[in-house]
Ligand binder design. Structure first.
Ligand SMILES: [Zn+2]
Ligand SMILES: [Zn+2]
Length: 137
């Protein structure tokens, strides 16, 4: 049996399904992620594009370019504004699901922390978890 994860926006008008194991769960502490999440860091669950599909509604799409010059597509619910996923143009074939939108978030734990030089001082990265001050090359 293959893995299956489901999630959706806050109002429920956009729903999605992931039918494969995520590649990685990442916490990014860069100032772009802090701003876009309105929180201390952004979380991403990287999945292969082939195992991700929208099962309800149609997300609205925008394109943005980060301060490091990399562009991504952002998909959000036009009714409630919840950001559902990103599609980075520099990482073809993958979808960056915003994993706080999963129905079950209990298992979520970042395996990688990025841009820790701008992380909030009270965020303590567990010992042994990979972290980088910036984006590794
Ligand atoms: Zn919604
Ligand atoms: Zn970031």
């Amino acid at each position: 049996m293959s893995a299956q994860y489901e999630g959706g926006c806050q109002c429920g008008n956009v729903r999605y399904q992931v039918t494969g194991e995520p590649r990685q769960v990442v916490a990014c502490h860069c100032t772009d992620c802090q701003r876009q999440s309105g929180s201390a860091f952004g979380m991403t669950m990287v999945v292969d594009e082939a195992v991700f599909r929208i099962t309800r509604g149609e997300p609205a799409i925008y394109r943005s370019v980060s301060s490091s010059g990399r562009a991504k597509i952002g998909a959000f619910c036009a009714d409630c504004g919840t950001r559902v996923y990103h599609q980075p143009e520099w990482r073809k074939g993958t979808i960056s699901v915003k994993p706080g939108t999963l129905d079950d978030t209990k298992w979520l734990q970042p395996q990688l922390h990025l841009w820790t030089r701008s992380k909030q001082p009270w965020v303590i990265i567990p010992e042994g978890v990979e972290s980088h001050e910036r984006q590794p090359a």
